[in-house]
Design a protein around this ligand. Sequence first.
Ligand SMILES: [Zn+2]
Length: 465
Amino acid sequence: MKLYLFLIILLISSHIPLSAADGVVEEEKSTDFNSIVILIVDGLGASYIYPEYQPKALDRNILQKPQLKNFTAISSKSIRFLDISTTSLSGNSGHNVLITGTCKADEKMVEYPGTTIYDVLHDYGYVAIAIMEKGDSAEIIAEQDLILHDTTNSINDVNLSLKARQCSEDEALYEVWKSLGKHANDLPKLVENEREGSIERYNAYNEIVFKAAEDTILEMKKSDVPYILTLNIGAIDSAGHYRGIGGYLQTIEYFDMMILPLYQLCRDNGITLVITSDHGMAFPDSENRGGVLSGKYSEASEVKRIPLIIYSPTSEPEIIDFPADQQDIAPTILSLLDIPDNPHFCEGKRIHIKDYATLKIITENRCNICVLREGKIVDSSEPGVIHYFQKLDIDTDYTFVVFDEEGKLIDEKIYSLSGDRIIHLSTEKSHSPISDKGWFDYFGYALIAIINLTGITLIFWLLKQ
Ligand SMILES: [Zn+2]
Protein backbone atom coordinates (compact mmCIF):
# COMPACT_ATOMS: atom_id res chain seq x y z
CA MET A 1 0.00 0.00 0.00
CA LYS A 2 2.75 2.37 1.03
CA LEU A 3 4.83 1.64 -2.06
CA TYR A 4 1.80 2.15 -4.22
CA LEU A 5 1.27 5.55 -2.63
CA PHE A 6 4.86 6.52 -3.10
CA LEU A 7 4.64 5.76 -6.76
CA ILE A 8 1.64 8.01 -7.07
CA ILE A 9 3.42 10.80 -5.21
CA LEU A 10 6.50 10.38 -7.36
CA LEU A 11 4.40 10.61 -10.46
CA ILE A 12 2.73 13.79 -9.24
CA SER A 13 5.87 15.35 -7.86
CA SER A 14 7.91 14.66 -10.97
CA HIS A 15 5.75 17.24 -12.68
CA ILE A 16 6.16 19.90 -10.03
CA PRO A 17 9.83 20.69 -10.61
CA LEU A 18 9.26 20.81 -14.35
CA SER A 19 6.65 23.51 -14.14
CA ALA A 20 8.48 25.54 -11.56
CA ALA A 21 12.11 24.63 -12.13
CA ASP A 22 13.14 28.08 -13.25
CA GLY A 23 10.52 29.79 -11.13
CA VAL A 24 11.23 33.48 -10.95
CA VAL A 25 9.73 33.90 -7.56
CA GLU A 26 11.59 32.09 -4.83
CA GLU A 27 9.81 32.71 -1.61
CA GLU A 28 7.02 31.69 0.55
CA LYS A 29 4.05 29.73 -0.59
CA SER A 30 1.22 32.11 -1.28
CA THR A 31 -1.01 31.99 1.72
CA ASP A 32 -3.96 34.04 2.79
CA PHE A 33 -3.28 36.12 5.82
CA ASN A 34 -5.96 38.07 7.63
CA SER A 35 -5.65 41.73 8.37
CA ILE A 36 -5.80 42.84 11.97
CA VAL A 37 -6.84 45.91 13.91
CA ILE A 38 -5.35 46.38 17.39
CA LEU A 39 -7.19 48.95 19.45
CA ILE A 40 -5.24 50.06 22.51
CA VAL A 41 -7.64 51.86 24.80
CA ASP A 42 -5.10 53.80 26.82
CA GLY A 43 -5.71 53.53 30.56
CA LEU A 44 -8.72 51.18 30.42
CA GLY A 45 -8.78 48.68 33.28
CA ALA A 46 -10.66 45.37 32.98
CA SER A 47 -12.14 45.91 36.46
CA TYR A 48 -14.41 48.64 35.11
CA ILE A 49 -15.82 46.88 32.06
CA TYR A 50 -15.89 43.14 32.86
CA PRO A 51 -19.07 41.88 34.56
CA GLU A 52 -16.96 39.57 36.74
CA TYR A 53 -15.24 42.41 38.60
CA GLN A 54 -16.25 45.22 40.92
CA PRO A 55 -13.78 48.11 40.93
CA LYS A 56 -12.78 49.66 44.25
CA ALA A 57 -11.05 52.90 45.11
CA LEU A 58 -7.81 52.84 47.10
CA ASP A 59 -9.90 53.75 50.17
CA ARG A 60 -11.66 50.37 49.58
CA ASN A 61 -14.98 51.98 48.70
CA ILE A 62 -16.86 50.46 45.80
CA LEU A 63 -16.74 52.46 42.57
CA GLN A 64 -19.49 52.75 39.99
CA LYS A 65 -19.24 50.98 36.64
CA PRO A 66 -20.13 52.38 33.21
CA GLN A 67 -23.31 51.37 31.39
CA LEU A 68 -22.14 49.27 28.45
CA LYS A 69 -24.17 47.93 25.59
CA ASN A 70 -22.07 47.42 22.47
CA PHE A 71 -19.00 46.31 24.34
CA THR A 72 -20.93 43.51 26.03
CA ALA A 73 -22.45 42.41 22.71
CA ILE A 74 -19.06 42.42 20.98
CA SER A 75 -17.54 40.46 23.87
CA SER A 76 -20.14 37.74 23.45
CA LYS A 77 -18.99 37.26 19.83
CA SER A 78 -15.32 37.26 20.76
CA ILE A 79 -12.70 35.51 22.80
CA ARG A 80 -12.55 37.30 26.13
CA PHE A 81 -9.59 36.86 28.47
CA LEU A 82 -10.60 37.35 32.08
CA ASP A 83 -7.26 37.65 33.78
CA ILE A 84 -4.50 39.46 31.89
CA SER A 85 -1.94 41.34 33.96
CA THR A 86 0.49 44.06 33.03
CA THR A 87 4.06 43.28 33.95
CA SER A 88 5.66 46.69 33.78
CA LEU A 89 4.11 50.14 34.10
CA SER A 90 6.85 52.71 33.71
CA GLY A 91 6.87 55.09 30.76
CA ASN A 92 5.65 53.65 27.51
CA SER A 93 6.25 50.09 28.70
CA GLY A 94 2.68 48.82 28.25
CA HIS A 95 2.88 49.55 24.54
CA ASN A 96 6.38 48.10 24.26
CA VAL A 97 5.29 44.86 25.95
CA LEU A 98 2.21 44.59 23.73
CA ILE A 99 4.23 44.74 20.53
CA THR A 100 7.33 42.74 21.54
CA GLY A 101 5.96 40.02 23.82
CA THR A 102 8.82 40.77 26.21
CA CYS A 103 8.07 41.80 29.80
CA LYS A 104 10.86 44.35 30.26
CA ALA A 105 10.77 45.75 26.75
CA ASP A 106 12.01 49.30 26.38
CA GLU A 107 12.38 51.63 23.39
CA LYS A 108 15.82 50.22 22.57
CA MET A 109 14.34 46.77 22.19
CA VAL A 110 11.50 48.05 19.99
CA GLU A 111 14.09 49.71 17.76
CA TYR A 112 16.18 46.54 17.36
CA PRO A 113 15.38 44.61 14.13
CA GLY A 114 13.06 41.63 14.38
CA THR A 115 11.80 42.36 17.90
CA THR A 116 8.24 43.50 17.26
CA ILE A 117 5.09 42.02 15.78
CA TYR A 118 5.48 44.65 13.06
CA ASP A 119 8.86 43.20 12.07
CA VAL A 120 7.39 39.69 11.93
CA LEU A 121 4.35 40.80 9.97
CA HIS A 122 6.45 42.84 7.53
CA ASP A 123 8.29 39.60 6.71
CA TYR A 124 4.93 38.10 5.79
CA GLY A 125 4.08 40.95 3.45
CA TYR A 126 1.93 42.97 5.82
CA VAL A 127 1.89 46.75 5.83
CA ALA A 128 1.75 48.52 9.17
CA ILE A 129 -0.55 51.51 9.59
CA ALA A 130 -1.15 53.30 12.89
CA ILE A 131 -3.36 56.05 14.26
CA MET A 132 -2.14 56.95 17.73
CA GLU A 133 -2.86 59.61 20.32
CA LYS A 134 -0.58 58.22 23.03
CA GLY A 135 2.18 55.62 23.09
CA ASP A 136 3.62 57.06 19.88
CA SER A 137 7.30 56.87 20.76
CA ALA A 138 9.81 57.57 17.98
CA GLU A 139 10.65 53.84 17.97
CA ILE A 140 7.02 52.75 17.50
CA ILE A 141 6.57 55.40 14.79
CA ALA A 142 9.61 53.97 12.99
CA GLU A 143 7.91 50.54 12.86
CA GLN A 144 5.00 51.86 10.80
CA ASP A 145 4.70 52.27 7.05
CA LEU A 146 2.13 54.98 7.61
CA ILE A 147 1.20 56.69 10.87
CA LEU A 148 -1.11 59.51 11.88
CA HIS A 149 -0.29 60.61 15.43
CA ASP A 150 -0.79 63.46 17.84
CA THR A 151 2.62 65.01 18.43
CA THR A 152 1.45 66.81 21.56
CA ASN A 153 -0.53 63.92 23.15
CA SER A 154 -2.77 66.67 24.42
CA ILE A 155 -6.51 67.26 24.21
CA ASN A 156 -5.94 70.99 24.63
CA ASP A 157 -3.62 71.36 21.68
CA VAL A 158 -4.13 68.60 19.13
CA ASN A 159 -1.47 68.47 16.44
CA LEU A 160 -1.87 65.56 14.04
CA SER A 161 1.15 64.61 12.00
CA LEU A 162 1.26 62.10 9.14
CA LYS A 163 4.43 60.15 8.50
CA ALA A 164 5.06 57.66 5.71
CA ARG A 165 8.11 55.43 5.86
CA GLN A 166 8.33 54.55 2.23
CA CYS A 167 6.66 55.26 -1.07
CA SER A 168 4.42 52.33 -1.70
CA GLU A 169 3.33 51.14 -5.10
CA ASP A 170 0.17 49.87 -3.50
CA GLU A 171 -2.58 52.16 -4.76
CA ALA A 172 -4.82 51.54 -1.77
CA LEU A 173 -2.04 52.54 0.62
CA TYR A 174 -1.57 55.71 -1.40
CA GLU A 175 -5.29 56.43 -1.01
CA VAL A 176 -5.01 55.83 2.75
CA TRP A 177 -2.12 58.29 2.82
CA LYS A 178 -4.24 60.88 1.02
CA SER A 179 -7.24 60.33 3.26
CA LEU A 180 -5.18 60.45 6.48
CA GLY A 181 -3.52 63.62 5.20
CA LYS A 182 -6.94 65.24 4.92
CA HIS A 183 -7.86 63.99 8.38
CA ALA A 184 -4.68 65.47 9.83
CA ASN A 185 -6.06 68.88 8.85
CA ASP A 186 -9.77 68.38 9.48
CA LEU A 187 -10.15 66.14 12.49
CA PRO A 188 -8.55 68.43 15.13
CA LYS A 189 -11.51 70.74 14.50
CA LEU A 190 -13.78 68.11 16.11
CA VAL A 191 -11.91 68.74 19.35
CA GLU A 192 -11.45 72.50 18.92
CA ASN A 193 -15.21 72.93 18.45
CA GLU A 194 -15.81 71.64 21.98
CA ARG A 195 -15.27 73.80 25.06
CA GLU A 196 -11.87 73.34 26.70
CA GLY A 197 -12.19 71.16 29.77
CA SER A 198 -15.59 69.75 28.75
CA ILE A 199 -16.14 65.99 28.67
CA GLU A 200 -17.35 66.42 25.06
CA ARG A 201 -13.86 67.55 24.19
CA TYR A 202 -12.43 64.32 25.61
CA ASN A 203 -14.92 62.28 23.61
CA ALA A 204 -14.19 64.21 20.42
CA TYR A 205 -10.51 63.41 20.92
CA ASN A 206 -11.25 59.66 20.78
CA GLU A 207 -13.58 60.18 17.86
CA ILE A 208 -10.62 61.35 15.76
CA VAL A 209 -9.13 57.85 15.87
CA PHE A 210 -12.38 56.05 15.08
CA LYS A 211 -13.12 58.31 12.10
CA ALA A 212 -9.62 57.92 10.63
CA ALA A 213 -9.63 54.16 11.33
CA GLU A 214 -12.94 53.54 9.58
CA ASP A 215 -11.79 55.39 6.46
CA THR A 216 -8.50 53.49 6.49
CA ILE A 217 -10.28 50.12 6.60
CA LEU A 218 -12.62 51.18 3.77
CA GLU A 219 -9.67 52.26 1.59
CA MET A 220 -7.68 49.12 2.36
CA LYS A 221 -10.63 46.98 1.20
CA LYS A 222 -9.43 47.73 -2.33
CA SER A 223 -6.04 46.13 -1.65
CA ASP A 224 -5.03 42.47 -1.45
CA VAL A 225 -2.20 43.35 0.89
CA PRO A 226 -2.79 42.26 4.49
CA TYR A 227 -2.27 44.97 7.08
CA ILE A 228 -1.96 45.59 10.79
CA LEU A 229 -3.74 48.74 11.91
CA THR A 230 -2.72 49.90 15.38
CA LEU A 231 -5.04 52.37 17.10
CA ASN A 232 -4.48 54.18 20.37
CA ILE A 233 -7.24 56.29 21.86
CA GLY A 234 -6.01 58.62 24.59
CA ALA A 235 -9.01 60.33 26.15
CA ILE A 236 -10.04 57.65 28.68
CA ASP A 237 -6.57 57.73 30.22
CA SER A 238 -6.61 61.55 30.27
CA ALA A 239 -10.10 61.67 31.75
CA GLY A 240 -9.01 59.27 34.52
CA HIS A 241 -6.00 61.44 35.31
CA TYR A 242 -7.77 64.82 35.19
CA ARG A 243 -11.48 64.21 35.74
CA GLY A 244 -11.65 61.47 38.39
CA ILE A 245 -13.90 58.42 38.23
CA GLY A 246 -16.88 60.43 36.91
CA GLY A 247 -15.10 61.64 33.77
CA TYR A 248 -13.42 58.26 33.37
CA LEU A 249 -16.78 56.46 33.26
CA GLN A 250 -18.31 59.02 30.89
CA THR A 251 -15.52 58.61 28.35
CA ILE A 252 -15.82 54.79 28.63
CA GLU A 253 -19.54 55.02 27.87
CA TYR A 254 -18.88 57.19 24.82
CA PHE A 255 -16.21 54.74 23.72
CA ASP A 256 -18.84 51.99 23.98
CA MET A 257 -20.92 53.93 21.46
CA MET A 258 -18.07 54.51 19.03
CA ILE A 259 -16.77 50.94 19.02
CA LEU A 260 -19.76 49.43 17.20
CA PRO A 261 -19.08 50.68 13.61
CA LEU A 262 -15.42 49.65 13.94
CA TYR A 263 -16.42 46.16 15.09
CA GLN A 264 -18.97 45.84 12.26
CA LEU A 265 -16.38 46.87 9.67
CA CYS A 266 -13.96 44.25 10.98
CA ARG A 267 -16.60 41.53 11.17
CA ASP A 268 -17.92 42.22 7.65
CA ASN A 269 -14.45 42.22 6.12
CA GLY A 270 -12.93 39.21 7.86
CA ILE A 271 -10.56 41.32 9.92
CA THR A 272 -9.35 40.27 13.38
CA LEU A 273 -10.10 42.92 16.02
CA VAL A 274 -8.10 43.04 19.25
CA ILE A 275 -9.25 45.37 22.03
CA THR A 276 -6.80 45.80 24.88
CA SER A 277 -4.98 48.46 26.88
CA ASP A 278 -1.53 49.38 28.09
CA HIS A 279 -2.63 49.61 31.74
CA GLY A 280 -5.71 50.36 33.83
CA MET A 281 -6.40 53.16 36.29
CA ALA A 282 -6.87 53.46 40.06
CA PHE A 283 -8.66 56.19 42.02
CA PRO A 284 -7.91 57.23 45.61
CA ASP A 285 -11.66 57.70 46.23
CA SER A 286 -14.80 58.60 44.30
CA GLU A 287 -13.80 62.29 44.09
CA ASN A 288 -10.17 62.70 43.22
CA ARG A 289 -8.00 62.20 40.16
CA GLY A 290 -6.84 58.75 39.12
CA GLY A 291 -3.27 57.48 38.92
CA VAL A 292 -1.21 54.60 37.59
CA LEU A 293 2.42 54.71 38.53
CA SER A 294 3.12 55.91 42.02
CA GLY A 295 2.95 53.96 45.27
CA LYS A 296 -0.32 52.19 45.97
CA TYR A 297 -1.70 52.86 42.50
CA SER A 298 0.69 50.56 40.66
CA GLU A 299 -0.20 47.58 42.88
CA ALA A 300 -3.98 47.95 42.50
CA SER A 301 -5.73 45.33 40.38
CA GLU A 302 -7.68 48.25 38.84
CA VAL A 303 -4.35 49.26 37.27
CA LYS A 304 -2.76 45.88 36.65
CA ARG A 305 -5.68 43.96 35.15
CA ILE A 306 -6.21 44.88 31.50
CA PRO A 307 -8.94 43.82 29.09
CA LEU A 308 -8.26 41.54 26.15
CA ILE A 309 -11.08 40.88 23.74
CA ILE A 310 -10.33 39.32 20.39
CA TYR A 311 -12.88 39.07 17.63
CA SER A 312 -11.50 36.53 15.16
CA PRO A 313 -13.25 35.53 11.94
CA THR A 314 -11.71 32.06 12.29
CA SER A 315 -12.34 31.32 15.99
CA GLU A 316 -15.42 30.67 18.05
CA PRO A 317 -16.38 32.93 20.98
CA GLU A 318 -14.88 31.76 24.25
CA ILE A 319 -14.00 32.94 27.74
CA ILE A 320 -10.42 32.24 28.79
CA ASP A 321 -10.36 32.24 32.56
CA PHE A 322 -6.81 31.19 33.38
CA PRO A 323 -4.28 33.92 34.24
CA ALA A 324 -2.01 35.23 31.50
CA ASP A 325 0.28 38.21 31.06
CA GLN A 326 0.50 41.19 28.80
CA GLN A 327 3.55 39.68 27.06
CA ASP A 328 1.41 36.71 25.94
CA ILE A 329 -0.69 39.00 23.75
CA ALA A 330 1.85 39.48 20.90
CA PRO A 331 2.52 35.76 20.28
CA THR A 332 -1.18 34.92 20.71
CA ILE A 333 -2.11 37.46 18.05
CA LEU A 334 0.49 36.00 15.67
CA SER A 335 -0.89 32.53 16.33
CA LEU A 336 -4.40 33.74 15.44
CA LEU A 337 -3.05 35.11 12.17
CA ASP A 338 -1.54 31.66 11.43
CA ILE A 339 1.98 33.00 11.69
CA PRO A 340 4.27 30.55 13.47
CA ASP A 341 7.14 33.03 14.03
CA ASN A 342 7.52 35.09 17.20
CA PRO A 343 9.41 38.37 17.61
CA HIS A 344 13.06 37.88 18.71
CA PHE A 345 13.34 37.83 22.51
CA CYS A 346 9.61 37.14 22.88
CA GLU A 347 8.98 35.65 26.32
CA GLY A 348 5.22 35.41 26.10
CA LYS A 349 3.44 32.15 25.40
CA ARG A 350 0.98 31.51 22.62
CA ILE A 351 -2.41 31.04 24.18
CA HIS A 352 -3.85 28.48 21.83
CA ILE A 353 -7.35 29.58 20.95
CA LYS A 354 -7.78 27.91 17.59
CA ASP A 355 -8.36 24.23 16.95
CA TYR A 356 -5.76 23.88 14.24
CA ALA A 357 -2.07 24.60 13.82
CA THR A 358 0.33 26.12 11.34
CA LEU A 359 3.61 24.43 10.46
CA LYS A 360 6.55 26.14 8.83
CA ILE A 361 9.27 23.84 7.50
CA ILE A 362 12.59 25.35 6.51
CA THR A 363 14.71 23.14 4.25
CA GLU A 364 18.41 23.60 3.50
CA ASN A 365 17.91 23.14 -0.21
CA ARG A 366 15.09 23.90 -2.54
CA CYS A 367 12.55 21.13 -2.10
CA ASN A 368 8.91 20.51 -2.35
CA ILE A 369 6.91 18.77 0.28
CA CYS A 370 3.79 16.66 0.04
CA VAL A 371 1.56 16.31 3.10
CA LEU A 372 -0.44 13.14 3.61
CA ARG A 373 -3.08 12.30 6.12
CA GLU A 374 -4.26 8.72 6.36
CA GLY A 375 -2.68 8.03 3.00
CA LYS A 376 -4.31 10.93 1.18
CA ILE A 377 -2.48 13.99 -0.10
CA VAL A 378 -3.93 17.01 1.69
CA ASP A 379 -1.42 19.72 0.81
CA SER A 380 1.83 20.33 -0.99
CA SER A 381 4.35 23.14 -1.22
CA GLU A 382 5.93 24.85 -4.21
CA PRO A 383 9.68 24.36 -4.73
CA GLY A 384 11.53 26.56 -2.26
CA VAL A 385 13.19 26.59 1.12
CA ILE A 386 10.26 27.85 3.20
CA HIS A 387 7.12 25.74 3.27
CA TYR A 388 3.86 26.67 5.04
CA PHE A 389 1.10 24.35 5.94
CA GLN A 390 -1.94 26.02 7.47
CA LYS A 391 -5.03 24.59 9.11
CA LEU A 392 -3.51 21.29 10.20
CA ASP A 393 -5.58 19.45 12.76
CA ILE A 394 -4.17 19.26 16.27
CA ASP A 395 -2.80 15.93 17.58
CA THR A 396 -3.15 14.24 14.22
CA ASP A 397 -0.44 12.30 12.41
CA TYR A 398 0.64 13.89 9.14
CA THR A 399 3.29 12.45 6.86
CA PHE A 400 5.59 14.97 5.18
CA VAL A 401 7.31 13.62 2.08
CA VAL A 402 10.22 15.75 0.92
CA PHE A 403 11.42 15.75 -2.69
CA ASP A 404 14.37 17.52 -4.20
CA GLU A 405 14.03 19.64 -7.31
CA GLU A 406 14.50 16.66 -9.62
CA GLY A 407 11.57 15.02 -7.90
CA LYS A 408 13.68 12.48 -6.02
CA LEU A 409 12.51 11.44 -2.61
CA ILE A 410 14.92 12.65 0.07
CA ASP A 411 13.04 12.39 3.33
CA GLU A 412 9.85 11.32 4.97
CA LYS A 413 8.73 12.49 8.43
CA ILE A 414 5.65 12.06 10.56
CA TYR A 415 4.61 14.97 12.78
CA SER A 416 1.69 15.43 15.11
CA LEU A 417 1.22 19.06 16.21
CA SER A 418 -0.06 20.37 19.52
CA GLY A 419 0.29 23.98 18.29
CA ASP A 420 2.05 26.14 15.71
CA ARG A 421 5.59 24.98 15.00
CA ILE A 422 8.71 25.78 13.00
CA ILE A 423 10.90 22.86 11.95
CA HIS A 424 14.36 23.07 10.35
CA LEU A 425 14.88 20.09 8.11
CA SER A 426 18.31 18.97 7.03
CA THR A 427 17.99 18.17 3.34
CA GLU A 428 21.60 18.22 2.28
CA LYS A 429 22.07 16.02 -0.73
CA SER A 430 23.57 12.69 0.23
CA HIS A 431 27.00 11.97 -1.27
CA SER A 432 26.43 8.27 -1.43
CA PRO A 433 26.31 7.35 -5.11
CA ILE A 434 23.17 5.32 -4.60
CA SER A 435 21.01 8.31 -3.97
CA ASP A 436 22.81 10.62 -6.36
CA LYS A 437 22.39 8.44 -9.43
CA GLY A 438 19.48 6.47 -10.71
CA TRP A 439 19.66 2.79 -11.66
CA PHE A 440 19.79 3.82 -15.29
CA ASP A 441 23.16 5.54 -14.77
CA TYR A 442 24.57 2.39 -13.15
CA PHE A 443 23.28 0.23 -15.96
CA GLY A 444 25.07 2.62 -18.33
CA TYR A 445 28.34 2.44 -16.37
CA ALA A 446 28.07 -1.34 -16.23
CA LEU A 447 27.50 -1.51 -19.97
CA ILE A 448 30.54 0.71 -20.65
CA ALA A 449 32.63 -1.44 -18.30
CA ILE A 450 31.50 -4.62 -20.04
CA ILE A 451 32.25 -3.14 -23.47
CA ASN A 452 35.66 -1.93 -22.31
CA LEU A 453 36.53 -5.25 -20.70
CA THR A 454 35.39 -7.10 -23.81
CA GLY A 455 37.52 -4.78 -25.92
CA ILE A 456 40.63 -5.23 -23.77
CA THR A 457 40.12 -9.00 -23.71
CA LEU A 458 39.77 -8.95 -27.50
CA ILE A 459 42.99 -6.90 -27.92
CA PHE A 460 44.91 -9.29 -25.63
CA TRP A 461 43.49 -12.25 -27.53
CA LEU A 462 44.49 -10.67 -30.87
CA LEU A 463 48.01 -9.86 -29.59
CA LYS A 464 48.40 -13.40 -28.33
CA GLN A 465 47.45 -14.71 -31.76
ZN1 LIG B 1 -1.10 54.87 28.95
